[in-house]
Design a protein around this ligand. Structure first.
Ligand code: OXD
Length: 309
Protein backbone atom coordinates (compact mmCIF):
# COMPACT_ATOMS: atom_id res chain seq x y z
CA UNK A 1 0.00 0.00 0.00
CA UNK A 2 1.54 3.33 -1.06
CA UNK A 3 0.78 7.00 -0.47
CA UNK A 4 1.81 9.42 -3.18
CA UNK A 5 2.65 12.95 -2.06
CA UNK A 6 2.47 15.69 -4.68
CA UNK A 7 2.52 19.16 -3.18
CA UNK A 8 3.56 21.95 -5.53
CA UNK A 9 5.74 24.51 -3.81
CA UNK A 10 6.23 22.50 -0.60
CA UNK A 11 9.17 20.60 0.85
CA UNK A 12 7.96 17.05 0.27
CA UNK A 13 10.56 15.52 2.59
CA UNK A 14 9.05 17.41 5.51
CA UNK A 15 5.68 15.93 4.62
CA UNK A 16 7.13 12.44 4.20
CA UNK A 17 8.52 12.63 7.73
CA UNK A 18 5.25 13.88 9.20
CA UNK A 19 3.14 11.26 7.44
CA UNK A 20 5.61 8.52 8.49
CA UNK A 21 5.04 9.39 12.16
CA UNK A 22 1.35 8.54 11.80
CA UNK A 23 1.59 5.85 9.12
CA UNK A 24 4.83 3.99 9.94
CA UNK A 25 4.03 1.06 7.64
CA UNK A 26 3.00 3.16 4.66
CA UNK A 27 5.21 3.14 1.56
CA UNK A 28 5.46 6.89 0.90
CA UNK A 29 6.42 8.07 -2.56
CA UNK A 30 7.10 11.61 -3.64
CA UNK A 31 5.88 12.67 -7.08
CA UNK A 32 7.28 12.24 -9.72
CA UNK A 33 9.08 9.19 -8.22
CA UNK A 34 5.89 7.13 -8.41
CA UNK A 35 7.26 3.64 -9.05
CA UNK A 36 4.57 1.13 -10.00
CA UNK A 37 1.33 3.15 -10.43
CA UNK A 38 -0.83 0.22 -9.28
CA UNK A 39 0.78 0.39 -5.80
CA UNK A 40 -0.67 3.85 -5.16
CA UNK A 41 -3.79 3.63 -3.00
CA UNK A 42 -3.74 7.16 -1.60
CA UNK A 43 -2.67 10.41 -3.24
CA UNK A 44 -2.19 13.57 -1.18
CA UNK A 45 -2.11 16.41 -3.68
CA UNK A 46 -2.00 20.15 -4.28
CA UNK A 47 -1.86 21.33 -7.91
CA UNK A 48 -1.04 17.85 -9.17
CA UNK A 49 -0.37 17.66 -12.94
CA UNK A 50 -3.57 17.42 -14.95
CA UNK A 51 -4.30 13.99 -16.39
CA UNK A 52 -1.97 12.10 -14.04
CA UNK A 53 -4.39 10.86 -11.33
CA UNK A 54 -6.24 8.55 -13.69
CA UNK A 55 -3.06 6.41 -13.94
CA UNK A 56 -3.55 5.12 -10.39
CA UNK A 57 -6.19 2.47 -10.86
CA UNK A 58 -6.09 1.25 -7.24
CA UNK A 59 -6.69 4.66 -5.64
CA UNK A 60 -8.93 4.51 -2.57
CA UNK A 61 -8.96 8.23 -1.75
CA UNK A 62 -7.52 11.49 -2.99
CA UNK A 63 -6.46 13.71 -0.09
CA UNK A 64 -6.47 17.44 -0.80
CA UNK A 65 -3.82 19.57 0.90
CA UNK A 66 -6.46 22.30 1.12
CA UNK A 67 -10.09 22.88 1.93
CA UNK A 68 -10.67 23.78 -1.72
CA UNK A 69 -10.52 20.92 -4.21
CA UNK A 70 -10.81 22.66 -7.57
CA UNK A 71 -7.09 22.03 -8.05
CA UNK A 72 -8.22 18.38 -8.41
CA UNK A 73 -11.58 18.76 -10.15
CA UNK A 74 -10.06 21.10 -12.79
CA UNK A 75 -8.56 17.86 -14.19
CA UNK A 76 -11.12 16.59 -16.72
CA UNK A 77 -9.80 13.06 -16.17
CA UNK A 78 -9.70 12.89 -12.38
CA UNK A 79 -11.14 9.55 -11.19
CA UNK A 80 -14.73 10.39 -10.26
CA UNK A 81 -15.39 7.15 -8.38
CA UNK A 82 -12.69 7.94 -5.80
CA UNK A 83 -13.62 10.12 -2.79
CA UNK A 84 -11.81 13.45 -2.49
CA UNK A 85 -11.11 14.27 1.14
CA UNK A 86 -10.85 17.98 1.96
CA UNK A 87 -8.45 19.29 4.58
CA UNK A 88 -10.13 21.48 7.16
CA UNK A 89 -7.63 22.09 9.94
CA UNK A 90 -8.80 24.11 12.96
CA UNK A 91 -5.35 25.71 13.28
CA UNK A 92 -5.52 27.01 9.72
CA UNK A 93 -9.13 28.11 10.11
CA UNK A 94 -8.05 30.15 13.12
CA UNK A 95 -5.17 31.74 11.20
CA UNK A 96 -7.54 32.68 8.39
CA UNK A 97 -9.92 34.24 10.87
CA UNK A 98 -7.02 36.27 12.29
CA UNK A 99 -6.16 37.45 8.78
CA UNK A 100 -9.76 38.62 8.42
CA UNK A 101 -9.62 40.39 11.79
CA UNK A 102 -6.44 42.18 10.71
CA UNK A 103 -8.07 43.64 7.59
CA UNK A 104 -11.38 44.38 9.27
CA UNK A 105 -9.52 46.49 11.86
CA UNK A 106 -7.39 48.04 9.12
CA UNK A 107 -10.38 49.19 7.09
CA UNK A 108 -12.53 50.00 10.10
CA UNK A 109 -9.89 52.35 11.50
CA UNK A 110 -9.03 53.87 8.08
CA UNK A 111 -5.39 52.79 8.33
CA UNK A 112 -5.29 52.49 4.54
CA UNK A 113 -6.09 56.20 4.35
CA UNK A 114 -3.46 57.07 6.96
CA UNK A 115 -0.87 55.14 4.92
CA UNK A 116 -1.77 57.34 1.97
CA UNK A 117 -1.67 60.43 4.17
CA UNK A 118 1.81 59.60 5.40
CA UNK A 119 3.10 59.63 1.83
CA UNK A 120 2.13 63.32 1.69
CA UNK A 121 2.98 64.17 5.32
CA UNK A 122 -0.72 64.85 5.83
CA UNK A 123 -2.07 65.25 9.39
CA UNK A 124 -5.65 64.65 8.25
CA UNK A 125 -7.82 62.79 10.80
CA UNK A 126 -10.92 60.75 10.00
CA UNK A 127 -13.88 60.39 12.35
CA UNK A 128 -14.33 57.06 14.10
CA UNK A 129 -17.37 54.88 13.83
CA UNK A 130 -18.46 52.65 16.74
CA UNK A 131 -17.62 49.02 15.91
CA UNK A 132 -21.26 48.02 16.43
CA UNK A 133 -22.19 50.40 13.62
CA UNK A 134 -19.63 48.91 11.24
CA UNK A 135 -21.31 46.05 9.47
CA UNK A 136 -19.04 43.17 8.50
CA UNK A 137 -20.72 40.72 6.14
CA UNK A 138 -19.46 37.18 5.53
CA UNK A 139 -20.24 35.81 2.12
CA UNK A 140 -20.17 32.10 2.99
CA UNK A 141 -20.96 30.72 6.43
CA UNK A 142 -19.32 27.30 6.33
CA UNK A 143 -16.63 26.13 8.76
CA UNK A 144 -14.36 29.03 7.87
CA UNK A 145 -16.94 31.80 7.66
CA UNK A 146 -18.59 30.91 10.95
CA UNK A 147 -15.33 30.92 12.93
CA UNK A 148 -14.24 34.27 11.50
CA UNK A 149 -17.73 35.73 11.95
CA UNK A 150 -17.68 34.79 15.65
CA UNK A 151 -14.23 36.29 16.13
CA UNK A 152 -15.26 39.57 14.51
CA UNK A 153 -18.56 39.61 16.41
CA UNK A 154 -16.66 39.12 19.68
CA UNK A 155 -14.74 42.32 18.91
CA UNK A 156 -18.02 44.19 18.94
CA UNK A 157 -18.69 44.62 15.23
CA UNK A 158 -22.10 44.30 13.63
CA UNK A 159 -21.87 40.95 11.84
CA UNK A 160 -24.00 39.26 9.23
CA UNK A 161 -23.61 36.20 7.07
CA UNK A 162 -24.98 34.98 3.77
CA UNK A 163 -25.25 31.40 2.60
CA UNK A 164 -27.48 28.77 1.11
CA UNK A 165 -27.96 26.70 4.29
CA UNK A 166 -29.30 28.62 7.29
CA UNK A 167 -26.76 29.10 10.06
CA UNK A 168 -27.86 30.11 13.52
CA UNK A 169 -25.10 32.04 15.27
CA UNK A 170 -25.87 34.24 18.21
CA UNK A 171 -25.42 37.90 17.33
CA UNK A 172 -25.00 37.20 13.61
CA UNK A 173 -27.81 38.15 11.25
CA UNK A 174 -28.24 35.46 8.62
CA UNK A 175 -29.32 36.18 5.03
CA UNK A 176 -30.66 33.17 3.19
CA UNK A 177 -29.92 32.31 -0.42
CA UNK A 178 -30.28 34.20 -3.70
CA UNK A 179 -33.35 36.19 -2.65
CA UNK A 180 -31.49 37.75 0.26
CA UNK A 181 -28.17 38.44 -1.43
CA UNK A 182 -29.13 42.01 -2.31
CA UNK A 183 -30.25 43.06 1.21
CA UNK A 184 -27.15 41.35 2.59
CA UNK A 185 -24.81 43.30 0.29
CA UNK A 186 -26.71 46.55 0.81
CA UNK A 187 -26.14 46.29 4.55
CA UNK A 188 -22.43 45.38 4.44
CA UNK A 189 -19.61 47.90 4.97
CA UNK A 190 -16.78 45.35 4.96
CA UNK A 191 -17.44 42.31 2.79
CA UNK A 192 -15.47 39.14 3.53
CA UNK A 193 -15.60 36.50 0.80
CA UNK A 194 -15.26 32.99 2.19
CA UNK A 195 -17.29 31.13 -0.44
CA UNK A 196 -15.99 27.98 -2.09
CA UNK A 197 -15.47 28.24 -5.83
CA UNK A 198 -18.29 26.42 -7.62
CA UNK A 199 -20.20 26.91 -10.85
CA UNK A 200 -22.69 28.99 -8.84
CA UNK A 201 -20.12 31.25 -7.16
CA UNK A 202 -17.71 31.86 -10.04
CA UNK A 203 -17.87 35.57 -11.02
CA UNK A 204 -20.53 36.18 -8.36
CA UNK A 205 -18.96 39.46 -7.30
CA UNK A 206 -19.46 41.25 -10.57
CA UNK A 207 -20.36 44.84 -11.44
CA UNK A 208 -24.03 44.36 -10.46
CA UNK A 209 -23.36 42.79 -7.06
CA UNK A 210 -20.44 45.10 -6.19
CA UNK A 211 -22.74 48.05 -6.94
CA UNK A 212 -25.11 46.77 -4.21
CA UNK A 213 -22.49 47.43 -1.53
CA UNK A 214 -22.83 50.84 0.11
CA UNK A 215 -20.52 53.58 -1.18
CA UNK A 216 -17.17 53.42 0.61
CA UNK A 217 -17.38 49.67 1.37
CA UNK A 218 -14.28 47.47 1.40
CA UNK A 219 -13.74 43.91 0.23
CA UNK A 220 -11.61 41.16 1.76
CA UNK A 221 -11.13 37.99 -0.27
CA UNK A 222 -9.65 34.86 1.32
CA UNK A 223 -11.33 32.10 -0.65
CA UNK A 224 -10.84 32.07 -4.42
CA UNK A 225 -9.98 34.83 -6.87
CA UNK A 226 -12.39 33.65 -9.56
CA UNK A 227 -15.38 34.61 -7.40
CA UNK A 228 -14.55 38.26 -8.10
CA UNK A 229 -14.52 39.76 -11.59
CA UNK A 230 -11.18 41.57 -11.48
CA UNK A 231 -12.09 44.31 -13.98
CA UNK A 232 -15.36 45.05 -12.15
CA UNK A 233 -13.60 45.32 -8.80
CA UNK A 234 -10.99 47.66 -10.28
CA UNK A 235 -13.73 49.81 -11.86
CA UNK A 236 -15.61 50.02 -8.53
CA UNK A 237 -12.39 51.10 -6.77
CA UNK A 238 -11.50 53.62 -9.47
CA UNK A 239 -14.95 55.20 -9.44
CA UNK A 240 -14.71 55.62 -5.65
CA UNK A 241 -17.70 53.36 -5.04
CA UNK A 242 -15.45 50.98 -3.08
CA UNK A 243 -12.70 52.30 -0.87
CA UNK A 244 -10.27 49.36 -0.66
CA UNK A 245 -9.72 45.66 -1.22
CA UNK A 246 -7.47 43.18 0.58
CA UNK A 247 -6.95 40.23 -1.73
CA UNK A 248 -5.21 37.00 -0.75
CA UNK A 249 -6.33 34.79 -3.63
CA UNK A 250 -6.40 35.35 -7.36
CA UNK A 251 -7.84 33.99 -10.56
CA UNK A 252 -4.30 33.13 -11.68
CA UNK A 253 -1.66 32.33 -9.05
CA UNK A 254 1.01 33.47 -8.66
CA UNK A 255 -0.61 36.80 -9.56
CA UNK A 256 1.03 37.79 -12.89
CA UNK A 257 3.63 40.53 -12.42
CA UNK A 258 1.81 42.88 -14.79
CA UNK A 259 -1.60 42.48 -13.13
CA UNK A 260 -3.03 45.90 -12.11
CA UNK A 261 -3.78 44.63 -8.58
CA UNK A 262 -0.05 44.77 -7.78
CA UNK A 263 0.17 48.52 -8.24
CA UNK A 264 -3.35 49.74 -7.55
CA UNK A 265 -3.26 52.20 -4.63
CA UNK A 266 -6.44 50.79 -3.11
CA UNK A 267 -5.57 47.11 -3.42
CA UNK A 268 -3.59 45.20 -0.80
CA UNK A 269 -2.10 41.97 -2.16
CA UNK A 270 -0.94 39.02 -0.07
CA UNK A 271 0.27 35.83 -1.82
CA UNK A 272 -2.37 33.28 -0.67
CA UNK A 273 -1.11 33.22 2.90
CA UNK A 274 -4.25 33.78 4.98
CA UNK A 275 -3.89 30.17 6.05
CA UNK A 276 -0.81 28.03 5.54
CA UNK A 277 -0.71 24.33 6.43
CA UNK A 278 1.19 23.20 9.50
CA UNK A 279 2.73 19.87 8.42
CA UNK A 280 2.46 18.26 11.88
CA UNK A 281 -1.22 19.06 12.19
CA UNK A 282 -2.29 18.52 8.58
CA UNK A 283 -0.44 15.19 8.26
CA UNK A 284 -2.07 13.97 11.45
CA UNK A 285 -5.58 14.84 10.18
CA UNK A 286 -4.93 13.37 6.75
CA UNK A 287 -3.41 10.19 8.21
CA UNK A 288 -6.49 9.75 10.43
CA UNK A 289 -8.66 9.87 7.32
CA UNK A 290 -6.41 7.39 5.52
CA UNK A 291 -6.72 5.01 8.49
CA UNK A 292 -10.49 5.38 8.34
CA UNK A 293 -10.57 4.44 4.67
CA UNK A 294 -8.31 1.43 5.33
CA UNK A 295 -10.70 0.37 8.12
CA UNK A 296 -13.69 0.68 5.79
CA UNK A 297 -15.00 3.82 7.52
CA UNK A 298 -15.97 7.13 5.92
CA UNK A 299 -13.35 9.89 5.86
CA UNK A 300 -14.46 13.45 6.50
CA UNK A 301 -15.06 16.00 5.14
CA UNK A 302 -15.54 14.56 1.67
CA UNK A 303 -16.08 16.72 -1.44
CA UNK A 304 -19.69 16.62 -2.60
CA UNK A 305 -19.83 16.95 -6.41
CA UNK A 306 -23.49 18.02 -6.31
CA UNK A 307 -22.86 20.94 -3.96
CA UNK A 308 -19.54 21.65 -5.61
CA UNK A 309 -17.48 21.72 -2.38
C1 OXD B 1 -7.32 25.88 0.72
C2 OXD B 1 -6.39 26.97 0.46
O1 OXD B 1 -8.08 25.48 -0.17
O2 OXD B 1 -5.36 27.09 1.14
O3 OXD B 1 -7.31 25.38 1.85
O4 OXD B 1 -6.64 27.78 -0.43
Amino acid sequence: MALLISYEGADSEVWRQEFSKHLPDMDIRIYPEVGEPDDIEFAAVWMHPIGDLQRYTNLKAIMSFGAGVEHITRDPEFPRHVPIVRLVDGLVVQDMALHVVHWVLHFHRDYHRYLDGQKEASWQKYPLREPARRRVGFLGMGAMGAVAAKMVRNLGFGVSGWGRDPVNLEGVQFFDGDDELQPFLESTDILVNVLPLTAATENLLDERHLAMLPKGASVINISRGAIIVDEDLLAALDSGHLSAAALDTFRVEPLPVDHPFWTHPKVFVTPHVAGINYPHSAASLMADNIKKVVAGECPSPVFDPVRGY
